[in-house]
Design a protein around this ligand. Structure first.
Ligand code: FNR
Length: 384
């Protein structure tokens, strides 16, 4: 393969390097993948308007996200099982984020633990929490994130039950991967991945390994976790987390103005307009299509972040043009990690920074705070 020119090249490399069971997990979405597709299509359907008679020799891209400095308006978003794409994947990604200068968020469902990441980095990171039925587990996780110096907690709201990802069900995805004849052939035909995995410090959910002791009646950790997602989760639960966690709180999975208002009232410091990258409610609108109405209502009172479909620096400009203060990335950095480990994540971040900088120059933007209100326009053929 020639030079890496975009995140799409990293995706191609990830597809080659990973066994299908892992690549499909990263790449796929829920059900018919309608929402997954909408996220990308609707970003593509936006056009950028340019102003050509402005001096853009100095362009400022740095922002703060809930007080954390970010070289570009982007954080590494939480993704489960990143450590199955590269040995010690979450630690490698956190190191890349630290080196580049953007916030890193560790998922509850990661392979490396909160303590592994804390030990490997010196910049405070964020922790993402899935609420479990067992309150003790939640309290423990919150306590461990606090003790590790995490500066923000991202509470994910959109997982009352897990979205059905058909490919994962067909592939028999489990943690650690279950060895069927099909998986074994698949894995054996990816020896570089296999050798890499042999160097992994952990092979299962690092944050929850200890908790399974409490669930002795179930043999598999994966099964126990699935049974632990809490469908009774509601506003009161959010308030409980707000009381329990005294640092920055970010609510992830906001797709409705009503929920954005509730988030403000519940004392959140920021929200993430997100449909979980099309992995939960299949049929939900794209997150970019609901961003403007949500940002209009709450962005003066709370920081509004966005995720879903960010693959280029131009996408970041579009999201900011639609009212976001900053974005999070899921698959883009994961493709980098799967392709090349820490270097791959850095590569993804550098590509996004370069594209962001070029897009700013070509639209006539020196400063992200001075965005023209008409910077982003819907291409006429896409107006619905
Ligand atoms: C995710 N996402 C996610 N979100 C979360 O709150 N906790 C998690 O553990 C995970 N796990 C996860 C795994 C994988 C493989 C992916 C792709 C995504 C959702 C993620 O944080 C984010 O919302 C989306 O990935 C954003 O969409 P893009 O950037 O992937 O298009």
């Amino acid at each position: 393969m020639g030079p890496i020119t975009s995140v799409f090249d990293l995706e191609t490399m990830a597809r080659k390097r990973l066994p299908a069971v892992i690549f499909d997990y990263v790449h796929g979405g829920a059900g018919m993948e309608l929402t997954l597709q909408r996220n990308e299509d609707d970003l593509c359907a936006l056009a950028l308007r340019q102003h050509d008679m402005r001096d853009v020799s100095h362009r400022t891209m740095a922002v703060k996200m809930v007080g954390e400095p970010a070289e570009i308006p982007l954080a590494i978003g939480p993704t489960g099982l990143a450590g199955l794409t590269w040995a010690n994947g979450e630690v490698e990604a956190a190191r890349a984020a630290e080196q580049f200068g953007v916030p890193f968020c560790l998922s509850t469902m990661s392979i490396c633990s909160i303590e592994d990441v804390a030990e490997a980095t010196s910049r405070p990171f964020w922790f993402q929490l899935y609420l479990m039925k067992d309150r003790k587990v939640n309290e423990n996780l919150i306590h461990r994130a606090h003790a590790a110096g995490c500066s923000a907690l991202i509470l994910t709201l959109d997982l009352h039950v897990q979205g059905k990802r058909w490919a994962d069900a067909k592939n028999g995805l489990s943690v650690p991967p279950r060895l069927t004849l099909h998986n074994t052939m698949d894995i054996l035909s990816h020896p570089r991945w296999l050798v890499g995995m042999a160097r992994s410090r952990r092979r299962t959910f690092g944050n929850l390994q200890g908790e399974v002791q409490q669930a002795k009646h179930l043999s598999a950790l994966t099964q126990w976790i699935e049974s632990q997602f809490d469908p009774s989760f509601d506003l009161e639960t959010v308030k409980w987390v707000r009381k329990t966690w005294d640092r920055k709180l970010i609510l992830k999975g906001i797709m409705h103005v009503d929920d954005a208002r509730l988030a403000v009232d519940a004392g959140a410091d920021a929200i993430i307009v997100s449909n979980h990258g099309g992995r939960q409610l299949d049929g939900a609108p794209s997150s970019i299509s609901v961003l403007p109405e949500i940002a209009d209502v709450v962005r003066d009172r709370i920081e509004v972040f966005f995720d879903g479909g960010i693959r280029t620096g131009g996408d970041i400009v579009k999201a900011l043009g639609c009212g976001a203060h900053a974005c999070l990335s899921g698959r883009a950095w994961l493709y980098g990690l799967a392709a090349h480990g820490r270097e791959g994540v850095l590569c993804a971040l550098r590509l996004l920074r370069e594209e962001l900088s070029d897009t700013m120059a070509l639209t006539g933007l020196s400063n992200l705070q001075d965005m023209d209100p008409d910077l982003v326009a819907m291409r006429p053929e896409h107006i619905r």
